[in-house]
Design a protein around this ligand. Structure first.
Ligand SMILES: Cc1cc2nc3c(=O)[nH]c(=O)nc-3n(C[C@H](O)[C@H](O)[C@H](O)COP(=O)(O)O)c2cc1C
Length: 211
């Protein structure tokens, strides 16, 4: 198989200005609920792009855990690489790729830590194994062996035996407060539909972009 010949046409549907909500969060809600209903695994998985202090970009997947008119929330380790990037540059980008339905959504904005109460509430809702995992793993730090990681897990399991696992100081959420949200629907002959909502003077403007 020649990779240069590997392609498909995007013909599932189109996107018209008249189909779109005036509020991008409502439009997101509509597409997100459709993605959840499809067989898509981890429909809430999104790529998060950050830029390091010295200007180097990086990408990783995180899970969307909530959204509303304030923004899009995910949870992570506050000492991780991504958190260090955000500490020096809060400009981030999120990307949902729902290729089964020929769609992607790109969100650009600023990342802000959520309140401790919000992080504690979400942390408390996680399975105990994930709570202990958050304590056990010094995310993004090197470690020699998996056995060492399992040793760290044993140590925290012992420490919190018979107690509820508290929120670690270095763990919590970020909310991405969007400045632009683009909805992309694949179309035939690569003439895709793209609509971008941009925040201007506190109101959302909508424009069509060329594919
Ligand atoms: C499907 C999937 C979901 C993930 N969800 C999260 C998440 O919600 N939070 C998180 O910190 N890492 C999550 N990860 C792991 C990250 O992609 C990444 O490896 C980790 O956060 C370390 O990133 P960093 O070193 O750039 O900070 C997920 C990975 C995958 C593949």
């Amino acid at each position: 198989m020649n990779i240069a010949d590997y392609r498909r046409e995007y013909t599932q549907s189109g996107l018209n200005r008249a189909d779109l909500e005036t509020d991008p969060f409502r439009q997101f809600e509509r597409w997100f609920s459709q993605a959840l209903k499809s067989d898509y695994p981890d429909a809430n998985a999104m790529s998060l792009a950050t830029v390091s202090e010295d200007g180097k970009p990086s990408l990783r997947t995180v899970l969307l855990k909530g959204f509303d008119a304030k923004g899009f929330t995910f949870f992570t380790n506050y000492d991780s690489d991504k958190a260090q990037h955000i500490a020096s540059n809060d400009q981030v980008c999120l990307l949902f790729s729902w290729l089964q339905v020929d769609r992607q959504i790109e969100i650009r904005g600023t990342a802000k830590k959520v309140s401790n109460a919000e992080s504690a509430e979400y942390f408390g809702s996680r399975p105990e194994g994930s709570q202990l995992g958050a304590w056990a793993s010094h995310q993004s730090q090197p470690i020699d062996t998996r056995e060492q990681l399992m040793g760290q897990l044993e140590e925290v399991t012992e420490r919190f035996k018979g107690k509820s696992v508290p929120l670690p100081d270095n763990w919590g959420g970020y909310r991405v407060i969007p400045e632009s949200i683009e909805f992309w629907q694949g179309r035939e002959n690569r003439l895709h539909d793209r609509f971008e909502y941009r925040l201007k003077d506190g109101a959302w403007e909508l424009r069509r972009l060329q594919p």
